[in-house]
Design a protein around this ligand. Structure first.
Ligand SMILES: [Ca+2]
Length: 256
């Protein structure tokens, strides 16, 4: 973990020098927000090793369970495609957090009741259920209220972010960079002791895809959320020369 942290620090330092160089030349590839970023699963094939899903930030590696997903073309490189047959990815115990921003791209292939996105098995204080339910995207923190976006379509990618904060007791939902809804989240810390990608309370497995999961230990601002919606790379480096190619790759995958 320490080595990875040092590597990230080194990359951030390189990013700073790269940014200065790019500002001098007028070219800049947008970077996702790294301040407060604790865990990130690209779900790229390059970051899958056997039944381990690599956390490229801090070593909170996920584990493939129940056969897991297939890895197919996603928003950025590959994503996890789940078939509702019992496969999911287990995120290790991350403890209790005061503030959380959880972000991913997700789609469901067919409306079929409740389907977990990055959700939880148990339903106890501070747990957040993050899921599709028929034609809604829903976020619900135990001891708070359920917030939702109605009208997502089948087989369409959505960039989804929720934020939760113990002190303000606020829970907020953003989709495709836009604020959607807010509600009460209760004054409990967010319970991150057990979390899973592609499953929900009592199973409720996803029939769809998830890509680029990022977890922050603070509430991102609306500008930062809009920034993350726009990024088209999951690398921690500035690569102006590759920006056009990466943008084309993302558009091509979104069209599938
Ligand atoms: Ca990916």
């Amino acid at each position: 973990m320490a080595l990875r942290y040092m590597a990230v620090r080194g990359m951030r330092r390189a990013l700073t020098f790269g940014a200065i160089a790019c500002l001098a030349t007028g070219a800049f590839a947008q970077q996702f927000v790294t301040d407060g970023l604790v865990t990130m699963y690209t779900l790229d094939e390059a970051h899958v090793d056997g039944d381990v899903i690599t956390d490229i930030i801090s070593g909170n590696d996920g584990k493939i369970m129940g056969g897991g997903p297939a890895f197919v073309d996603g928003v950025i490189n590959e994503c996890g495609e789940f078939d509702a047959s019992g496969g999911y990815i287990e995120i290790p115990n991350l403890g209790d957090w005061t503030s959380v921003t959880l972000e991913c791209w997700a789609m469901q292939h067919a409306f079929a009741g409740i389907q977990g996105i990055v959700s939880t098995w148990a339903w106890v204080a501070g747990k957040v259920h993050f899921k599709f339910q028929d034609n809604e995207i829903q976020v619900d923190k135990n001891a708070g209220s359920k917030i939702r976006m109605t009208g997502p379509e089948e087989n369409v990618w959505y960039h989804i972010i929720y934020t939760s904060d113990e002190d303000s007791a606020e829970l907020k939902l953003y989709v495709d960079g836009e604020f959607i809804a807010e509600g009460g989240g209760g004054n409990n810390p967010e319970n991150m002791q057990e979390r899973r990608i592609g499953s929900e309370h009592d199973g409720r497995f996803l029939n769809g895809k998830v890509d680029e999961v990022r977890i922050y230990d603070r509430v991102l601002t609306e500008d930062e959320i809009a920034q993350n919606f726009e990024v088209d790379s999951n690398t921690l480096s500035v690569d102006p020369a590759g920006k056009i190619a990466m943008t084309w790759g993302r558009l091509k995958n979104l069209a599938r």
